[in-house]
Design a protein around this ligand. Sequence first.
Ligand SMILES: NC(=O)C1=CN([C@@H]2O[C@H](COP(=O)(O)OP(=O)(O)OC[C@H]3O[C@@H](n4cnc5c(N)ncnc54)[C@H](OP(=O)(O)O)[C@@H]3O)[C@@H](O)[C@H]2O)C=CC1
Ligand SMILES: C[C@H](O)[C@@H]1OC(=O)[C@H](O)[C@@H]1O
Length: 256
Amino acid sequence: MYLPSFSLKGKTALVTGAGRGIGHAIAIGYAEAGADVVIVSRTQSDLEKTAEIIESKGSKAYIFEADVTNKDHIEKIFETLDSKKIRLDILVNNAGMNIRSKAMDVSDEEWNTIMNTNLRSAFWFSQKAGKRMKEAGGGKIITISSVAGHVALRTGVVYASTKAAIIQMTKNLALEWGEYGINVNSIGPWYFKTPLTEKLLANEEYLNDILAVTPQKRVGELPDLVGPAVFLASEASNYVNGQTLFVDGGMTIQGF
Ligand SMILES: NC(=O)C1=CN([C@@H]2O[C@H](COP(=O)(O)OP(=O)(O)OC[C@H]3O[C@@H](n4cnc5c(N)ncnc54)[C@H](OP(=O)(O)O)[C@@H]3O)[C@@H](O)[C@H]2O)C=CC1
Ligand SMILES: C[C@H](O)[C@@H]1OC(=O)[C@H](O)[C@@H]1O
């Protein structure tokens, strides 16, 4: 028995970083749930592959080759959506990156790149989508944070700071926009095998360290993330707001 409230039929979602990894999986999962998908990244060839799969599911794909750290690019995306009268029901701020420097070695350039990609872009996309969702009577905004925003990891203080900020931004936007029917939530993954992490996960010792603090004793598989992402994008989560859903195999509750 399929619960209709989980359907995304008739909805349009925008997913940043949809060319590879988690964003690619979420974009396709949304198409499978019935949504049309606006996909954004800097690599046209990746986007075309994602679009082909989305269209094979019977959904429309709208490609935007853009850099989320460039505010003009963000502006252009929304101007184009407006001109084409493409209504935005769901926004997934997924694009992100990391430079895993020790705190004492972080450069200004590294700080700016990580902050602009992971946090600043998510806010500008949210502000533009939020204005349109308010006019439309509601919408769903999901930002991909990380367990790194909740517990200390050895993967870099700047990245962790962006992910913690996303968790707080999620709460503040939910506080301001809840009355407009906008649900603002976040997903906090533990390790998933993607181009961002595949080199790390290929290191047996590092992988063993990960599994030692993961109750489910495995890293995440992309389908493990799609279900939570569909839930938070669907009407099934209409009374969930300001929350961060950790999809982590139990890692954040790991004690001793
Ligand atoms: N994989 C994991 O274990 C975890 C990942 N996360 C988070 O999940 C999100 C996705 O990560 P993951 O899929 O692993 O990463 P990947 O590096 O595999 O994919 C990142 C995607 O974002 C795009 N992207 C990166 N920078 C920009 C930019 N400036 N402008 C537009 N698009 C950009 C990339 O495309 P392109 O480079 O072509 O622009 C790519 O499509 C990130 O926010 C990450 O922090 C959180 C916890 C764990
Ligand atoms: C779990 C983290 O978000 C993930 O681990 C990494 O090494 C990546 O750089 C991210 O920090």
